[in-house]
Design a protein around this ligand. Structure first.
Ligand code: ARG
Length: 245
């Protein structure tokens, strides 16, 4: 009898490891791994202590805390994030990543957590733009693989340079090697605040929403993330109203 119960216990313990879902795997490991590209303030950037900080990091921390684990942030090239997620290098991408139909073919996206759009950043005093099509014949820099890259790529006659990091694209602009950078609006504002020689030279040119990306098959993690996002978006007051009325 003893032997049988020992056997059953072993089978149960073993099956927990063998068949446990992604949430059990993360809990057993003790940390959640978030992939990002930390040249995207205020969502993710390096502080002076060389830590990645920002809105996305705080969302990652909230998800990790609900799982009872810590958060590890991995800085990666933006256009390599999805392949690395597929290769299990991270559990989740939080990188101000726009939910697009193309990306939805290969990853799961959480509910949207931030509304965004592209703008054109220029050196102060340079001409302004009202439409992306006006970038024809302009020298423009973008971050490789971003929605800004896609948008600029469609402009016939554009002279486009793609960089792994936004910092490099904006450096190129400051150094007068290009005349415009297509970049997400909130991040443009953050960079312009720090660089008095640059300004936003267009209205917001697209309507995009950011979502957390999760590997297909990890629906359990997706549901969990959506639950956490919902809780973050709902104030305690709203939750009380919902509970009592
Ligand atoms: N929202 C844009 C996109 O999804 C740019 C995101 C860039 N994010 C970053 N962490 N560098 O393509």
């Amino acid at each position: 009898m003893k032997r049988v119960s020992l056997f059953i216990t072993l089978v149960l313990v073993f099956s927990l490891f063998a068949f446990g879902g992604i949430l059990d795997t993360i809990k057993a490991r003790g940390y959640l791994v978030m992939g990002t590209n930390a040249t995207f303030p205020p969502f993710e950037s390096f502080n002076t202590q060389n830590e990645v900080v920002g809105f996305d990091v705080d969302i990652g921390k909230a998800i990790a805390a609900k799982l009872g684990v810590t958060l590890r942030v991995v800085d990666f090239a933006f256009d390599g994030l999805i392949p690395a997620l597929q290769a299990d290098k991270f559990d989740i991408i939080l990188a101000g990543m726009t939910i697009t139909e193309e990306r939805k073919k290969v990853v799961l996206f959480s509910d949207p957590y931030f509304d965004a759009g592209q703008v054109i950043v220029v050196r102060k005093g340079y001409k302004h733009f009202t439409d992306v099509a006006e970038l024809a014949n302009e020298k423009v820099a973008v971050q490789m693989g971003t929605t800004g890259d896609l948008m600029a790529t469609e402009v016939a006659g554009i002279v486009l340079t793609r960089f792994p990091h936004f910092t490099e694209a904006l450096m190129e602009l400051a150094l007068r090697r290009v005349n415009a950078v297509v970049i997400d609006s909130s991040t443009a504002d953050a960079y312009v605040d720090f660089n008095p020689n640059l300004e936003v030279g267009s209205p917001v040119l697209s309507a995009e929403s950011y979502g957390a990306a999760i590997k297909k098959g990890n629906e359990e993690l997706l549901d969990f993330v959506n639950q956490v996002l919902k809780e973050l978006k709902t104030s305690p007051y709203e939750a009380m109203l919902e509970a009592w009325f």
